[in-house]
Ligand binder design. Structure first.
Ligand code: PLP
Length: 391
């Protein structure tokens, strides 16, 4: 078939999570009572002091272009955040604010990758990394991990080649909830420095940690900091997915290149959202802590409920984030031979939306987001149990 579209775009896979969400919204519009545990966004309201700051920004006429890299006050607040929370010492020219962390990850791959380069992506992984690496013309090298999905330096050693340019880290991980511990991060940092590689580290879920400690690899020494782009954002911590603000820190040359690219792409993140983000960082952290506390309660409840379904054992318990990544290889059968078909069946038969492992390069699993109130989660697990028994 003739097409006018570029090879690059024909080669792009659409976001599988957004595809499930669109289907759920369609079903809901038709009156179906779907429980949506597919999407990766907190179900909480953005805290009111953050909303108020945005409303004030609009009223004050703060509605024009800003500096491409972000407003100075916000960059200063991000410098302090990195120093206080993560023990990373960046200067303002080492910070970029963007329209979410997603475009910043895109910019990082664009400015670091050449066509011959390989980027190691430990899987299960969020699909945008792979698509963005492909868009940068580089080659994603998937590194499959087994439950409990903790990456080690030894795993990496097996796949590093002369072409390796970047190692992608995501801790706490979407979808597995695995957290990289300090000891292992130190070994990874050593390897990166020794082999003169780069790290892109996505730390979006750093504030939602149930077990262990979140450590930023860039805090482990000057040499590794000079080879690391630390990406973070407001979406998950402050329930601000729709505001589209993220930030990144790294060596000034790389960040400067990302600013140049962003200048030709989105330009600055929304001026109003930047004011909201400033209020998020400088204001009370109580609501964000409450969100994390509620996620912790939901995780406990789900451990209890899911443990009652023998065919889902052994259960991988997330150390952070707000997802369970559940092994259904024992459950698959003639009727539902793949996790993709099983998830379709669950949605059709029981009106529960979850994301199949295929979306994370890990068929045989599904991701359940705990982004609904506890009674709804109870109902969802009840329906999942029924679906397993009946199919
Ligand atoms: N990184 C991970 C691991 C995510 O799960 C998500 C969103 O689902 C993002 C980045 C994107 O977040 P943002 O809303 O800041 O673009």
């Amino acid at each position: 078939m003739m097409t006018y579209l570029s090879k690059r775009i024909l080669n792009l896979e659409p976001s599988p999570t957004f595809a499930v969400d669109a289907l759920v919204k369609e079903l809901q519009k038709k009156g179906s009572s779907v429980i949506n545990l597919g999407i990766g966004e907190p179900d909480f309201e953005t805290p009111s002091h953050i909303k108020t700051a945005a409303i004030k920004a609009i009223r004050d006429g703060f509605t024009h272009y800003t500096a491409t890299s972000g407003i100075p006050e916000l960059k200063e607040a991000i410098v302090s955040k990195f120093k206080n929370d993560n023990q990373i010492h960046y200067q303002p020219d080492q910070i970029i604010v963007g329209s979410g962390s997603k475009p910043l990850l895109y910019c990082a791959f664009q400015v670091l990758c050449n066509p011959v380069d390989e980027v190691i992506v430990p899987t299960p992984a969020w699909s945008s990394y792979v698509e963005q690496i492909k868009l940068a013309g580089a080659k994603p090298i998937l590194l499959p991990l087994n439950p409990p999905f903790t990456l080690t330096a030894d795993h990496l050693k097996k796949v590093i080649t002369k072409r390796t340019k970047i190692i992608l880290l995501n801790s706490p991980s979407n979808p597995t909830g695995a957290i990289l511990e300090k000891k292992e991060l130190e070994k990874i940092a050593q390897l990166v420095v020794q082999k003169k590689l780069w790290v892109v580290t996505d730390e979006m879920y750093e504030k939602i940690v149930f077990k262990g400690l979140h450590i930023s690899i860039a805090s482990l020494g000057k040499e590794i900091a000079e080879r690391t782009i630390t990406v973070n954002g407001f979406s998950k911590t402050y329930a601000m997915t729709g505001w589209r603000v993220g930030f990144a820190g790294g060596p000034s040359e790389v960040i400067g290149a990302m600013v140049n690219l962003q200048g030709q792409l989105t330009a600055n993140a929304s001026s109003v959202s930047q004011m909201a983000a400033l209020a998020a960082l400088n204001g009370s952290q109580k609501e964000a802590a409450n969100f994390a506390e509620e996620f912790s309660k939901r995780r406990k409840l789900l451990i209890d409920l899911l443990s009652q379904i023998p065919s889902l054992m052994p259960l991988t318990i997330p150390s952070g984030g707000f997802y369970f990544f559940i092994d259904i290889r024992q459950v698959l059968n003639k009727k539902y031979p793949s996790s993709a078909l099983w998830c379709q069946g669950l949605l059709a038969e029981k009106k529960v939306a979850v994301i199949p492992g295929e979306a994370f390069y890990a068929p045989g699993f599904f991701r359940l987001s705990f982004v609904a109130k506890r009674p709804i989660l109870e109902e969802a697990v009840k329906r999942i149990g029924e679906f397993i028994n009946e199919s």
